[in-house]
Design a protein around this ligand. Structure first.
Ligand SMILES: Cc1ncc(COP(=O)(O)O)c(C=O)c1O
Length: 375
């Protein structure tokens, strides 16, 4: 039985719940191995830099560092954590376009010299606190249909990219390339193809100005499935990205990516139990021991929809799932088709590894779910 089977195995879940209680956040390391291998196999030209923000759990970072993955870090703490767990400075990119002075100084101290920017002000800041750093200009690209839209807050107009790279040279920085993000949980292949096309134009325009760009960073956004009814879109997407990379970029171009969700999402399962029950407006409400202030925070911050699974069988009815805190905002779902549940019944969610425990809070002094690792 592979480890993923364990997540859908009632006996296994009941055993770990008996041992550890709930709420429980289970990391399946064998699945991570599979995802990591798959990413490399399907995008052979692309060096993956795991986006730590998706799930900074130590076992995940340690495993990926051991496997030689790079890391996309977004803050001073992420830099320090990754370094402590075995990440190499030359395989890290500071891919937050808004960096603090302190974080830049820490980057310099540790030789993490590759970073993204998307404004003149950021360039000046980088030049001041990390003179000589290598910079990638982040461009605004279509985010159509992506669940988490990023082009509103980030990215310069592609037409301004080359002049900003010239500005970088004037400030004593090294223009290294172009980066983009098509939006998280992107299911539109066209977002990638258009972004690649735009980037290749910038590479060519830069060359006309005698700026030789070496690195293309295709960001994150690679989608996963949450429901049984969905098909995995990644293989077709990866095939298209690969052929476009070969068509648009010569083999000297180093291509990197910042996958977060693709690696972390499917490798974790959240197990909760029913701790409260009521009937409100003729509808059953079940209160779980985790909610939107905990590992289900992705409902809010990640706009995520999950498939809730139970072991109890029987006549189903539309029910509400809510979290354990004293806030009426803490409602997980108003319309889940569920059999009548009892206190102590298990409700679990697979594919919840990304933007879940990373954004869990301690509201009501309830700590995030206990993490366990299955390898
Ligand atoms: C700069 C950057 N890189 C990578 C990622 C990871 O994206 P994803 O989890 O969709 O792969 C994000 C997510 O917000 C991001 O902001």
């Amino acid at each position: 039985m592979d480890m993923k089977d364990k997540t859908v195995n009632e006996k296994f879940i009941r055993t770990i719940v008996k041992k550890h209680g709930t709420p429980l956040f289970v990391i399946f390391l064998n699945n991570l191995k599979e995802r990591a291998q798959n990413f490399r196999k399907l995008l052979p030209r692309v060096m993956p830099f795991y986006a730590v923000k998706a799930n900074p759990s130590t076992p995940i970072l340690k495993y990926l560092a051991k496997e030689g993955f790079g890391f996309d870090v977004a803050s001073r703490n992420e830099i320090e954590t990754v370094l402590k767990l075995g990440g190499k400075p030359e395989k890290m990119i500071f891919a937050n376009t808004i960096k603090t002075q302190e974080a830049l100084k820490i980057s310099q101290k540790n030789g993490i010299d590759l970073m993204t920017f998307d404004s003149e002000y950021e360039l000046a800041k980088i030049a001041k606190y990390y003179p000589g750093a290598r910079v990638l200009v982040r461009i605004k690209v279509p985010n159509v249909g992506s669940v988490v839209e990023l082009s509103l807050k980030f990215g310069v107009e592609p037409a301004d990219a080359v002049s900003l790279l010239i500005k970088a040279i004037k400030l004593g920085l090294k223009p290294a390339g172009v980066s983009f993000h098509v939006g998280s949980q992107c299911t539109e292949i066209a977002n990638f193809t258009e972004a690649l096309e735009l980037s290749s134009i910038i590479f060519k325009d830069a060359l006309l100005k005698k700026i030789h760009l070496e690195i293309l960073d295709i960001g994150g956004g690679f989608p996963i499935t949450h429901f049984d009814s969905e098909t995995d879109q990644f293989p077709a997407m990866a095939e298209k990205i690969s052929s476009e990379l070969d068509r648009l970029f010569d083999t000297n171009t180093t291509v990197i990516a910042e996958p977060g969700r693709y690696l972390a999402g499917p490798v974790c399962t959240l197990i909760t139990r029913v701790i409260g029950k009521s009937i409100r407006n003729n509808k059953h409400w079940y209160y779980l021991d985790d909610g939107v202030y905990g590992c289900l925070s992705g409902i809010v911050y990640d706009h995520c929809k999950y498939q809730f699974r139970v072991f109890r069988r029987g006549q189903t009815q539309i029910s509400t799932l809510a979290g354990p805190t004293c806030d009426s905002f803490d409602v997980i779902s108003f319309s889940e088709e569920l059999p009548e549940l009892e206190f102590g019944d298990i409700v679990y969610v697979e594919n919840i590894g990304a933007y879940s425990i990373a954004t869990a809070t301690h509201f009501n002094s309830i700590p995030p779910a206990k993490t366990i690792v299955v390898s």
